[in-house]
Ligand binder design. Structure first.
Ligand code: AMP
Ligand code: MG
Length: 476
């Protein structure tokens, strides 16, 4: 059924603790991603409902699964915490999938582990539904992300400010190695295990680096950095605010991970923040590129002992890093500009295009316009400001591609539908009242975000004043 081939649990004992899921009382299925299961599964047989419920609620073990909770550290809102780890998650193991790739399978909300630090290891239904919806929508919008295979309610009550139904999400990821995984061993001065983790990461995620055999760890750092530089500008292009870009939530394989208080903005505001816990705006929309650099500097710090073995002189190594960060910074700007230019129908961004992008964004901000819909309208050629329209058409006229080709490009990267906050909220409220119809409708609609399907017109509209969501919560 699922072809397990576990490697992380063969690493030294400091990397994880063997663990078990708390047994669910009365699991009920909320969502099952059969498409994803068919990719993961070695046979094309369907999994009977009773097995789905039993395996993905933690009641019984899937043959081949050897569950562990993994350890990591992390910088949370700028402050280092030397000991985090899977406190409400359980790595079931690694599956060799039909697409010849290896995936981690993880239960989230399956009870306490060695790393729970006083937490209950459980998850209420709301955050599980949110992560299920948004991670799948991200996938269909074309952004690297962890995915959701299954959501079940457990029959157990989870106590937060109020009693809530407990739930478990089965998350699928290329791996769960984070910047914080490296920081854990670095902070302990455990260079042996740091190197073991680096070697493991190279073998698992960047095997082509191994062949060059030169500056292995430096190359590893560059490769991880490139994936972040590719990823985060895509978020900006969609108006996505992650909300908790801590280093323990920064996946080294470049996938969006941990959909806690994340949100897509409706009307454009450059420094938009939704997360209630982010009072300082550290992870505001327009801070996210800077935070990539900040998080990469944490990774560089952690890997530094390994760089030294390759580079020799400390001062030389630091100099090299400094100039590398200038390169990263320029790359991020360039990548961001390219993403935004394509949204405006410009195939190849030129440095001077920053002006036209900024001008459009300024109009949106001043007029409180919806980010997603304004770009979508632009892709139909609709612009409100005559002055701006002239400049824009003039710019499009300078490229070889026709206006029609530009519009096509724009419609392929300006979504018609995004996971709007108020819709997620409404689906959670209805689900908590026992009606999952709207949750499933959203899940279905968001599989084709770039298609203008009038059947879903309501889902494309920004919230009415009374529907607006100002704050999002981790809800863990
Ligand atoms: P997050 O930033 O939400 O990814 O979580 C940060 C850390 O807190 C991770 O190590 C989690 O495992 C842990 N954590 C969050 N919620 C809980 C919970 N309910 N019980 C135990 N640990 C938790
Ligand atoms: Mg996390």
């Amino acid at each position: 059924m699922l072809n397990f081939d576990n490697t992380y649990n063969k690493l030294p004992s400091q990397f994880f603790k063997k663990s078990k899921a708390a047994s669910s009382l009365n699991p009920q299925l909320v969502a099952w991603n059969d498409n994803l299961f068919q990719t993961l599964s070695a046979s094309n047989k369907n999994l009977p409902l009773k097995d789905i419920l039993s395996y993905f609620s933690g009641q019984s073990l899937i043959p081949g699964s050897e569950p562990v909770a993994t350890v990591y550290a992390g910088h949370q809102f700028g402050h280092f915490n030397p000991q985090l780890g899977d406190g409400r998650a359980l790595l079931l193991g690694e599956v060799l999938a039909n697409d010849h790739r290896r995936y981690d399978l993880q239960l989230k909300g399956s009870g306490p582990t060695f790393y729970s630090r006083g937490g209950d290891g459980l998850s209420p239904l709301g955050p599980v539904l949110r992560e299920y919806l948004v991670s799948e929508a991200m996938f269909y919008m074309g952004v690297p992300t962890t995915r959701s295979l299954c959501a079940v309610t457990t029959g157990q009550t989870v106590y937060r400010e109020q009693p809530l139904p407990g739930a478990i999400l089965t998350r699928v990821a290329s791996s769960h190695i984070r910047v914080g995984s490296f920081e854990f061993f670095a902070a302990q001065g455990d260079v042996d295990n740091l190197q073991t983790l680096a070697d493991y990461t190279i073998k698992r995620h960047f095997p082509e680096n191994k062949k060059s055999n030169e500056l292995l760890y430096w190359q590893l750092f560059l490769a991880i950095a490139q994936l972040q530089i590719q990823l985060v500008p895509k978020w900006l292009g969609l108006g996505f605010i992650h909300g908790v870009m801590n280093t323990d939530n920064t996946s080294i394989c470049g996938e969006t991970i941990d959909y806690g208080p994340c949100a897509f903005m409706d009307s454009y505001k450059s420094n938009q923040v939704f997360s209630f816990i982010d009072q300082q705006g550290r992870y505001a929309y327009n801070q996210q590129l800077n935070i990539v650099l900040w998080n990469l500097s944490c990774l560089a710090n952690a890997l530094f002992p390994l760089f030294l073995t390759e580079c020799g002189h400390k001062a030389e190594c630091i100099k090299k890093l400094e100039s590398q960060f200038e390169v990263f910074s320029a790359q991020l700007e360039q990548e961001y500009l390219q993403v935004m230019c394509q949204k405006m129908g410009i195939f190849k961004a030129q440095p001077q295009d920053k002006k036209i992008v900024d001008e459009f964004l300024l109009i949106l901000e001043k007029e409180n316009q919806d980010f997603t819909n304004s770009f979508r309208e632009l892709s139909y050629g609709k612009v409100k400001e005559a002055d701006f329209e002239k400049k824009w058409l003039n710019r499009l006229g300078q490229q070889q591609e026709s206006l029609e080709e530009s519009k096509k490009l724009m419609q392929s990267c300006n979504p018609y539908l995004i996971p709007r906050n108020h819709l997620i909220q409404k689906s959670i409220e209805q689900s908590l009242a026992g009606d999952y119809t709207f949750f499933h409708l959203l899940n279905q609609a968001w599989q084709k975000p770039y298609e203008q399907n009038l059947k879903y017109k309501d889902l494309s509209l920004p919230p009415e004043k009374h529907e607006e969501i100002k704050n999002t919560f981790c809800g863990t």
